[in-house]
Design a protein around this ligand. Structure first.
Ligand code: FDA
Length: 322
């Protein structure tokens, strides 16, 4: 069993998600999650803005199966929009449709999204729909297209591991798009499994949108991809206004500052109590990030949570084998 799969399974544990919320930002999550409250995240944004870095703010939330929870998530995002406006910081919103009720009822989710997009549009703030797993892909695209009939401050993400990504990028070429490799564990009938195939598709999608699209956010920590894009934009004389690089908060911070000196750069800034699933996916995609965890290994509560996590994982495996 690869370490990667171990973390993917942990990321999907509702039980551990609940436990982690009680412990606050532990397991090293503090270095990659910008706090748990709006004032904390605004402080982090101000620091990044002072380095010439703009931000996209994610009010973390997963496993939302109750309407009240989705409404709470919506209220929190609306409060973030107000804070961005009132504080005059350079930031926009990233959200996940599942957090706003996609797994409860699509019309309910759409109404929540519409309220958020409408409020943000009043202040000229852009809203990005993060893309989740395959089952949520088409309904998310459908809601985005419907909203785009009334608002122009919306965009989304194209995940390069999906076979259908090229078709989707053509369909959405008039949108501001973030292009990523893809963070979820997807089956072989819908997504490339091989790293090289994903990288090749990723580059082809980036090149396509840089040449034909509205605005491209190249979201990666991969220096080889970044070096390729730098050469490509130079060769094709693509102006800086047409694209930006994006990375996640707390990762490769020296490289973030360096890129921000020459290009538009945006940091994805997650915050909130619901940090667990986000953090486990970061460990899954790059198990070396485990050093974020080991730095805090001697913290007692961390050890407790890790022990519970390992126990739940083993139990999950045993139950599956039956
Ligand atoms: P990858 O993890 O493939 O690493 C490639 C190489 O880069 C490594 O072998 C290593 O050499 C180097 N490297 C990577 N990270 C490093 C580090 N921390 N330090 C040193 N070297 C490092 N996914 C999704 O499904 N939906 C979404 O909406 C989003 N949104 C999103 C926003 C932003 C801003 C980012 C950066 C990413 C996402 N993702 C995402 C996640 C994305 O799909 C992907 O899982 C991760 O970015 C990991 O892939 P990378 O391209 O960063 O490099």
């Amino acid at each position: 069993m690869a370490l990667r799969d171990f973390f993917y399974q942990l990321s999907e544990s509702e039980l551990l998600n609940g436990a982690a919320q009680k412990y606050g930002l532990k397991l090293g999550a503090r270095s990659v999650v910008a706090g748990t409250t709006i004032p904390e995240v605004i402080e982090s944004i101000k620091k990044l803005n002072s380095q010439g870095i703009s931000c996209t703010v994610d009010s973390l939330g997963e496993f939302v199966f109750e309407e009240e929870e989705a409404i709470r998530a919506k209220e929190e995002i609306l409060a973030v929009i107000e804070a961005i406006h009132n504080e005059g910081v350079d930031a926009h919103i990233s959200l996940k449709p599942s957090q706003l009720g996609l797994d409860i009822d699509i019309d309910f989710c759409y109404d929540n999204l519409r309220e958020i997009v409408e409020r943000a549009s009043q202040y000229g703030i852009f809203v990005n729909f993060d893309m989740e797993n395959y089952a949520r892909l088409q309904p998310s695209f459908d809601m985005l297209q419907e909203l785009a009939k009334s608002f122009d401050n919306v965009g989304t993400v194209i995940q390069a591991y999906f076979f259908r990504a090229k078709e989707d990028i053509e369909k959405f070429k008039d949108f501001r798009l973030r292009i990523v490799k893809g963070a979820y564990k997807e089956p072989a009938d819908v997504a490339y499994q091989d790293k090289l195939e994903i990288d090749i598709n990723f580059l082809e999608l980036i090149e396509y949108h840089l040449l034909h699209g509205k605005f491209t956010s190249i979201a990666t920590h991969d220096h080889n991809i970044i070096a390729h894009v730098k050469r490509f934009v130079k060769e094709h004389e693509i102006p800086n206004e047409k694209f930006e690089f994006q990375m996640l908060y707390g990762f490769r911070t020296d490289m973030q500052a360096e890129l921000a000196r020459d290009f538009n750069f945006c940091t994805y800034v997650p915050f909130g109590k619901d940090w667990y699933g986000y953090f486990m996916r970061r460990l899954a995609e790059r198990p070396q990030n485990i050093n974020l965890v080991t730095k805090q290994m001697f913290n007692k509560k961390t050890n407790t949570l890790l022990a519970v996590a390992a126990g739940a994982f083993v139990l999950g495996r045993l139950t599956k084998k039956k």
